[in-house]
Design a protein around this ligand. Structure first.
Ligand code: ARG
Length: 593
């Protein structure tokens, strides 16, 4: 096989990029196009084909040539290219668009080539190979329990890290726990005031939350309490032994509670670099920003103004408080420096709610100015923000008493509700199977309901909707997976090792399903380009709808060996794609439901 042919075949996984390569190469070979030509491949109007190359028009315009004639020449060059053989049929349309349709033969060979989660991954890895990305997600604050507000960062962050890794990036999962913030001033003040012995508390986190609430209320009404809390925080930050000891006790209790939730949700981190991890790294930030003139002094505090940005003209970025204490911004600046200079990450992704947009914009602006002055390598920084989970009344979701819903309880309820559904649908299953299915369905439903939303939208949390077996939900997709497993079990056929006699697809349902399968890399690409997992959810839902249409209209277990083989091939690849996609969302799939 010639080198170029091999290159094109391996690139076939992502048809858009294979076509782009072929077209641009053919264009140059005609001698009529130069380097400035780009194919600009887009999905086509389905009446005319699968893809359309739109690049001829702007090129012709720039060079004052006839676009239609150029397109005709390029199309006939492409038709004579041996590498395009079987990839697509071509036609020229309108003023100079080139349409491509994938041939049944191409579809068949693609589906034979890309067979399983492993083979998808070994091709998808070319998307982000060589990138080193640190992703900061979950990142709750200690001394508090995790509540429903912490769900999205965990679920979205976990899915994004899986997708990035699958697409070849080297991913570092970091939990930037808030273990050094103002909450400790208040908490330490309240603990001392009430002479609480942390070691003897029955429900330490609950007690700490109460203490914090009381302390917080006090600081709002009493100047003395406010100053007390401030000085406890400064003492802690300066290394006071008693405060450090209390702080460690508080964190230990918190970490235990977080870890239970992570274990349940199957989430793990490479590092838990909380805010305190950077406490000896903030001085360098203050000094450098001051030295290079990026920061200034304002009422005794150190701030960075971005007067060049309308929105922040009168809103400085506070990086050190007037009492000398560090804050959220100081730590985040130190974090970027550490991750870029010490760890060599080229990209950092932050997953938090939308209310932190100002903070991250100011952080990124500050880094840009500072790193440019110091000639440090400039990282790519992304704030992956998300909307709020609403109750059925359309307001931020709360318990009846008005408190935030604890994550622990939400997870328990998801599994319990899924269990009753399993019990009702399948009372004869063994108890251990019921529990296993209930966990996968309950947690899967919780995750999917969140991920299926475009993350920047708010969404209404409704148990009935997310646990429904109809519609774009986890139970529906998990059921589709289990159903295909059952088809293979019943036919007593292996999942992947299919016989080779498959003939090219013929029926409209076969063709539609095959084309959808070939579009999986496009869904991956959209998800990584925008860091939005919902592209994968929508793809999976459409795929499983097309599978249903195919399965209802085309008998799979037929006598003709070639027809049977190609239909089982479609079943097998649909299964592999659904499972891969769900795993990328952090959802465990089932063989039996
Ligand atoms: N602890 C913060 C919170 O609960 C989130 C931290 C996000 N990460 C960061 N590097 N700022 O809102």
């Amino acid at each position: 096989m010639s080198e170029s042919r091999q290159e094109v075949l391996s690139a076939h996984f992502f048809v858009e990029s294979a076509l782009t390569q072929l077209i641009e190469r053919a264009a140059r070979a005609t001698g009529l196009f130069d380097e400035s030509f780009s194919a600009d491949i887009r999905p086509a109007d389905p009446r005319f084909g699968d893809f359309q190359a739109n690049g001829v028009l702007p090129f012709a315009k720039r060079n004052k040539q006839n676009p239609r004639a150029l397109a005709e020449t390029l199309a006939s060059k492409l038709q004579s290219e041996p590498t395009l053989d079987g990839l697509a049929v071509i036609s020229v349309a309108g003023p100079g668009f080139i349409n491509f349709s994938l041939t049944p033969r191409f579809l068949l060979s693609w589906l034979k080539n890309f067979a399983s989660e492993t083979s998808f991954q070994s091709s998808a890895k070319h998307f982000l190979e060589g990138k080193r990305i640190s992703i900061d997600y979950s990142s709750p604050n200690t001394a508090k329990q995790m509540h429903v507000g912490h769900l999205r960062s965990m679920i979205i962050g976990e899915s994004i890290q899986r997708i990035l890794r699958f697409c070849g990036a080297s991913v570092h999962r970091d939990n930037h726990i808030g273990d050094w913030g103002t909450q400790f001033g208040i908490l330490l003040f309240a603990i001392k005031k009430n002479q609480v012995d942390l070691a003897t508390l029955q429900e330490p986190l609950e007690e700490l939350e109460k203490l914090y609430k009381e302390g917080y209320a006090l600081t709002k009404t009493s100047e003395e309490a406010l100053n007390g809390a401030r000085s406890e925080l400064v003492k802690l930050q300066q290394g006071d032994a008693e405060n450090l000891h209390l702080w460690q006790q508080i964190n230990a209790v918190s970490y235990r509670a977080f870890d239970e939730i992570y274990a349940e949700m199957d989430i793990a981190f490479d590092n838990v670099w909380g805010e305190s991890f950077y406490r000896d790294k903030v001085d360098r930030v203050y000094n450098e920003l001051h030295e290079c003139g990026v920061s200034e002094e304002s009422d005794g505090a150190q701030v960075v103004f971005h007067r060049d940005v309308e929105q922040f003209k009168d809103q400085p970025f506070l990086i050190r408080k007037s009492d000398g204490a560090s804050n959220y911004a100081s730590t985040d600046l130190a974090t970027v420096l550490f991750k870029v200079l010490e760890c060599g990450f080229g990209e950092i992704v932050y997953v938090t709610d939308g209310r932190q947009q100002d903070h991250f914009q100011q952080l990124f602006l500050t880094v840009k100015k500072w790193f440019a002055k110091k000639h440090y390598p400039m990282p790519e920084l992304h704030h992956v923000w998300f909307g709020t989970i609403l109750g059925e009344d359309g307001k931020a979701i709360k318990t009846r008493s008005g408190d935030p819903i604890r994550l622990k309880e939400l997870i328990r309820e998801a599994i319990a509700r899924a269990y009753s559904i399993v019990e009702e649908k399948n009372p004869d299953l063994a108890e251990s199977d019921k529990q296993h299915i209930a966990k996968a369905v309950g947690l899967g439903a919780l995750r999917y309901a969140d991920l299926v939303q475009n993350r920047t939208n708010d969404y209404v949390f409704a148990w009935d909707k997310l646990l429904s077996f109809d519609g774009n939900t986890a139970p529906y997709l998990l059921y589709a997976v289990a159903r295909i497993h059952a088809i293979f079990r019943k036919a007593q056929l292996p999942l992947f090792d299919l016989d080779n006699s498959a003939s090219a697809f013929e029926t409209p349902e076969e063709l539609a399903l095959a084309k959808k399968l070939v579009a999986f890399p496009f869904a991956l690409k959209q998800a990584i380009d925008e860091l939005r997992p919902h592209f994968i959810c929508h793809y999976l839902f459409e795929l499983s709808s097309l599978f249903s249409s195919f399965y209802n209209a085309n008998r799979v277990l037929v006598d003709e060996t070639d027809v049977k083989a190609r239909r089982f091939l479609l079943c097998s690849r649909t299964l592999a794609t659904l499972e891969t996609g769900l795993h990328l969302l952090g959802i465990k799939t089932l063989h039996l439901m």
